[in-house]
Write a protein that binds this ligand. Sequence first.
Ligand code: NAD
Ligand code: ZN
Ligand code: ZN
Length: 346
Amino acid sequence: MKALTWHAPRDVRVGEVDPPHLVDPLDVVIRITTTAICGSDLHIYRGRIPGILPGTVIGHEYVGVVEEVGPGVRRFKKGDRVGGAFRTACGACWYCRRRLYTHCENSMIFGYGLFFGSLQGTQAEYARIPFADTTLFRVPPEVTDEQAVFVGDTLGTAFFAAEIGEVQPGDIVAVVGCGPVGLLTQMVAYTYGAAKVVAVDRIPTRLAFAERIGCIPVNIDREDPLAVVNRLTGGRGADVVIEAVGTEVALTLATRLVRPGGVLAVIGVFAEETFPFPIREAFLKGMTVRHGLANVHAYMEEALAMILHGRLDPSSLITHTLPLEEAPQGYLLFDRGEALKVILKT
Ligand code: NAD
Ligand code: ZN
Ligand code: ZN
């Protein structure tokens, strides 16, 4: 089958690889119809994630049709149209029974290498989906592939961000980063009742998008986000700040924007072992800091309902739809910030 494989930093290729087969009774194999490039794939692309062997199929956002079904799968049958989470969850372990799917004892992340279960990714014609009953959701006929492909990662993550950020009606929220995750988090923050969302980035097209959805855009190269947030809040700082970048600079800025007693939700992926963090400021403000990989399984149904009933449309982020063969070009454009969301069709 055709698939995109990683070889070295900024070297990804489309070629032939062996197709997946059922390995476990709880697996299904799906034929991918739509997949996408996530900001977390960019970390791999840029060589920041350890444990990716050359030749690994990457990608973890997907919609497809069930082709083969393991004998232990109860919820799905051949021909079902499905989407799924960026990582698997067994549904049965101590963590899954408490809906803490992120910490599932049997979890693997699609296309994320040795340290996340060596599971092949979804930027391919077919993918093996372990623990299909918990990992997948059924796509309602009214929801397009281009909407459903966001549910199990980017949009689910946006809900997770608003949730761990404890966004309350009337809050002033700041979101550092206006990539797909940041922009969807801004949309979700409004659905949670945020009074105003400040959107921070430096890419003009992304800031313009944020402005169109009702945010106050702040270009960090031209304006001090702290001054903007202080103006809005009588000098207090934002009630909730969501970091949606994944760099030390962005995390430091996010910490500065939080009001005393406020909440900092860190959604960006960090691969470094350690780096400096403004702990004194965080301590003196007594802020709550939450972070981690998103517990997306817990939000997939809510995310689907919001799309189904027209409350938000993640497909509005799509700037490029390319055939899988042109995925390397999609990576190039996304890496440079010239594409906002790249969708790949098989
Ligand atoms: P992206 O790379 O498209 O977005 C990052 C944005 O941050 C870009 O628009 C960039 O211009 C902006 N940026 C860079 N430095 C900045 C700074 N100092 N201040 C403000 N903005 C800055 O990626 P994305 O798809 O939107 O994902 C965002 C982050 O979320 C990534 O780190 C990704 O790995 C992570 N992520 C985490 C989870 C999770 O489970 N926690 C899930 C999905 C994505
Ligand atoms: Zn992702
Ligand atoms: Zn589990």
